[in-house]
Design a protein around this ligand. Structure first.
Ligand SMILES: C[S@@+](CC[C@H](N)C(=O)[O-])C[C@H]1O[C@@H](n2cnc3c(N)ncnc32)[C@H](O)[C@@H]1O
Ligand SMILES: [Zn+2]
Length: 208
């Protein structure tokens, strides 16, 4: 579920569409949360789909730290990447938070490196920190900065309006623990999916 104060706009022929704020979305606002109408596809199910779906699935879905594909049913699937994104998800969480004020007319962006991007993307974000070619392998290099932004944004969570609160209510205990102790908010490194059996086994045994 996408924040209600957003709309879809055409950017250009190369990037296509993007999501833009229609009003100020303050720092600390939850901008997207998983909702029951979003599709969650396990790797087997998405591989079994007919070939004609593979291109769209790869373009419009993202992969969680458990290797599940999330395909948003609403305009959430049109969120573009920026190397200085204004929304991020705490490690392992299925919601995103604004890490700075997002002005009316500003594009909402996330960082595809935290979403297990499957093929390198030549980036057109044009920001000062643009990494030019975005790869999932860059996650370790950007994690410290992303974690600091998320931890700082979290301290504003209870002071701003949260139209998506209903969609994170199931995460109340987790969120309260994060609010009580922002330094324990899980790192974005937890988003990394590694399908290698050895690494997956390590993850499930708590070594990674
Ligand atoms: C989830 S879709 C986002 C919606 C897309 N703009 C559209 O209209 O279909 C992901 C695709 O958008 C484009 N895209 C998103 N962020 C981009 C960026 N920073 N630079 C270049 N292309 C980008 C790429 O083609 C990417 O595969
Ligand atoms: Zn960039």
């Amino acid at each position: 579920m996408l924040h209600p104060h957003t709309e879809l706009r055409r950017i250009n022929d190369e990037v296509g569409y993007g999501l833009f704020a229609t009003r100020l979305i303050p720092l600390g606002t939850i901008t997207w949360a998983l909702d029951p109408l979003d599709q969650i596809l396990d790797p087997y199910t998405s591989d079994q789909l007919e070939d004609q779906y593979h291109g769209d699935i790869k373009r419009y879905s993202w992969v969680t730290g458990q290797g599940k594909r999330i395909l948003c049913w609403d305009f959430g699937r049109f969120m573009n990447h920026s190397c200085e994104a204004n929304t991020y998800a705490p490690g392992g969480c299925e919601f995103e938070i604004a890490v700075r004020d997002i002005a009316p007319g500003e594009e909402l962006t996330c960082d595809y490196t935290t979403l297990n991007l499957e093929a390198p993307l030549v980036c057109q974000c044009g920001t000062a920190l643009c990494r030019q070619t975005i790869k999932a392998d860059d996650l370790a290099a950007i994690a410290v900065r992303c974690d600091a932004l998320i931890r700082s944004a979290f301290t504003h969570l209870r002071t701003v309006q949260q139209p998506l609160w209903h969609w994170v209510e199931n995460n109340q205990m987790e969120i309260n623990a994060m609010l009580a102790c922002p330094e324990t908010i899980p790192s974005v490194l937890q988003h990394r999916w590694n399908s290698s059996p050895l690494v997956s086994a390590g993850k499930s045994m708590g070594y990674l």
